[in-house]
Design a protein around this ligand. Structure first.
Ligand SMILES: Cc1ncc(COP(=O)(O)O)c(C=O)c1O
Length: 397
């Protein structure tokens, strides 16, 4: 008798097994949300929502006409607003038709995969990297090829990317600023990648696309500049989400944007594909309310000064206790090596004292761990001595 659940969902579930297990069945799952727990795991808000976000949602919840809550596609007003805002931010001339509004970056990534991939196609994804590309590809019957970043610096490894490109490769995913390392790739590295993709496209006889996964684009420290791959490689699609900068990932809005440098014919073909692809994904458009609110959301941000303070406090303290920590340039994550090299032992030693980090095993880098800085200052202060004790304990063991 055949299984109830489809093969592709079984494959997607297998790809997410470590995350699912951590979220639902781990020591973290048992303790999540309990008083006294210091939660540095997922990128969720732990303080009151931004007042500007609440005001925008309240204001636009009041209907102004009979079709206020009618079906919405990518509506003209937010699209025009975004084309203008994005053009100014990235220095590229986006037109409203280049932008598909989606339920967050998730929806935009799914849309890019749906529009560009045919059965048997392969996508290169970074290692370490966000843990959901693989399951989304498995559900589409596509191959995810993990390409390691340069060990230590976590720069793009151009030789590894070049070597991984085969006749079935269609998309290379670049995530900048990068989850979990916080790296922001400089222009020179992206230009070298663009040249490589140009050469490799000629070699394999088909056009390679670049998916620039940029949901943390606004979350940068120390005035770090940001260059979108869309400015250096014409066949780039950008995915973005407001969920990170607003710290409200449960209110879903984002977009997929085509690089204006893309040749007209290809750009038009993708513009024409947006609607059909989004319908086929299950009417994958943001809710009406989020579309109305979008212009009010554009200038809002989580508290970067507080986030910077937390980053500096944690990087300083962890280094003092001998941790090997990468100083993040963007995102709200810290990536560090587990003292003693045994990530699971380290995780358990912290968990014994109600401090929870994202274990490296979930990110397929078992000797590392990730700290999410959306925790409160009080959690940071309570947890720091625990990080100190655990490092000392593991060194003595
Ligand atoms: C690298 C990366 N891409 C995409 C997403 C999806 O973002 P959203 O849930 O806002 O759609 C995330 C969320 O964690 C992420 O870290």
């Amino acid at each position: 008798m055949s299984a109830v659940v489809s093969d592709r969902v079984l494959a997607a579930t297998a790809s997410m097994a470590a995350v699912q297990d951590f979220y639902f069945n781990s020591r973290y799952a048992e303790r999540r949300g309990q008083p006294g727990v210091c939660d540095f795991t997922f990128g969720n808000p732990q303080e009151v929502p931004l007042p500007g976000l609440v005001r925008a949602l309240q204001a636009h919840a009041v209907p102004q006409n009979n079709s206020w809550f009618a079906y919405k596609t990518s509506e003209d007003e937010p699209r025009a607003f975004l084309a203008d805002a994005l053009s100014r931010e990235l220095g590229l001339a986006f037109e409203p038709e280049d932008i598909a509004l989606t339920p967050g970056a998730f929806g935009a990534i799914a849309l890019a995969f749906r529009m560009l991939l045919s059965p048997g196609d392969a996508v290169l994804i970074p290692l370490p990297g966000w843990f959901c590309y693989g399951s989304m590809l498995a559900a589409e019957g596509m191959e995810a090829v993990q390409v390691p970043l340069v060990p230590g610096s976590f720069d793009l490894d151009l030789d590894a990317i070049d070597a991984a490109i085969g006749p079935n490769t269609r998309i290379v995913v670049v995530n900048t600023p990068h989850n979990p390392t916080g790296r922001i790739y400089p222009r020179a590295q992206l230009e070298a990648l663009a040249e490589l993709l140009e050469r490799a496209s000629a070699r394999i006889g088909r056009r390679l696309f670049l998916l620039s996964d940029e949901p943390y684009r606004r979350i940068r420290f120390d005035g770090m500049p940001f260059v979108s791959p869309a400015a250096v490689y014409p066949w780039t699609l950008i995915d973005y989400s407001y969920g990170k900068v607003l710290l409200a990932p449960g209110q879903r809005i984002g977009y997929l944007a085509l690089s204006p440098l893309m040749p007209r014919e290809d750009r038009q073909a993708l513009r024409d594909a947006f609607f059909g692809a989004q319908v086929s994904l299950g009417w994958s458009f943001p809710n009406a309310l989020m579309q109305y609110a979008l212009p009010d959301l554009e200038s809002l941000s989580l508290d970067m000064a507080a986030l910077t303070g937390r980053r500096d406090r944690m990087v300083g303290a962890l280094r003092q206790w001998g941790y090997e920590v990468l100083q993040p340039e963007g995102t709200f994550y810290l990536f560090a090596r587990a003292p003693g090299g045994d990530g699971s032992r380290f995780f358990n030693a912290l968990a014994d004292r109600d401090v929870f980090v994202m274990p490296g095993s979930v990110l397929q880098t078992p000797e590392y761990f990730r700290v999410c800085l959306t925790a409160t200052d009080a959690m940071v202060e309570r947890a720091l001595p625990v990080f100190g004790d655990v490092a000392a304990g593991l060194a003595a063991a």
